[in-house]
Design a protein around this ligand. Structure first.
Ligand code: COA
Length: 175
């Protein structure tokens, strides 16, 4: 189990699911995981198997990248792949809180729509929003993929293992 608690944590024993496509995990996602794991235990990072978006990495690769990137984050964190409706997955794992990260006002409409749809589908599931840190508020997976495609510097945007994986796909600039 990646990121299993190695020290003390102030998390209360209410678990949560942090779901996303994570194609690929960014420092912003990692920041949300770190913050959420301080509050929720267990925290299940749920990687959507299929997505309406075209994806670069297979779900198993996205899961592996997350597991590598969250090593050392204290808390009871596990990474799983899910398929189907998020609310069904929450019921399956017995957790009733969904975490979403908010970066800017521009995220609000999409996130509000998703939270309301999920509430319509299952009244017992609550969505909790965490503000991302200021330094990761401009990062998105598609921006990261674009920079990787043009062999730009990813060091401030994604964890080292994710940068390495992206360099493996797109190559790196000659020194
Ligand atoms: N830091 C960096 N980027 C962030 C971020 C953060 N804290 N929070 C969101 N993002 C970005 C991602 O990088 C991604 O950017 P991109 O569009 O440029 O690729 C975008 O916001 C959203 O990605 P992600 O956070 O991975 O979530 P998602 O919106 O792709 O995930 C699911 C959506 C999978 C949770 C949702 O579609 C779902 O629940 N699917 C299951 C089916 C279902 O239940 N449908 C009904 C409910 S809508």
């Amino acid at each position: 189990m990646a990121g299993k608690n190695t020290g003390t944590t102030s998390a209360v024993s209410v678990g949560a699911v942090y779901a996303g496509t994570f194609d690929a995990l960014t420092n912003g996602h990692r920041d949300v995981i770190e913050r959420a794991a301080r509050i929720f235990s267990p925290l299940v990072v749920a990687v959507a198997e299929s997505s309406t978006k075209g994806v670069l990495f297979k779900s198993a690769e996205r899961k592996e990248l997350i597991e590598g990137a969250i090593q050392g984050i204290p808390g009871d964190i596990r990474v799983e792949i899910f398929e189907g409706l998020l609310v069904d997955y929450c019921h399956k794992v017995g957790l009733r809180t969904v975490i979403r990260g908010l970066r800017a006002v521009s995220d609000y409409e999409y996130e509000a729509q998703m939270a309301m749809i999920n509430r319509d589908l299952a009244e017992d599931i609550e969505t909790v929003f965490l503000m991302t840190s200021r330094r990761s508020s401009f990062i998105s997976s598609s921006v990261v993929r674009d920079i990787a495609k043009w062999k730009g510097d990813l060091s401030k945007l994604v964890p080292p293992n994710v940068a390495e994986k992206l360099r493996g796909v797109f190559g790196s600039r000659p020194a």
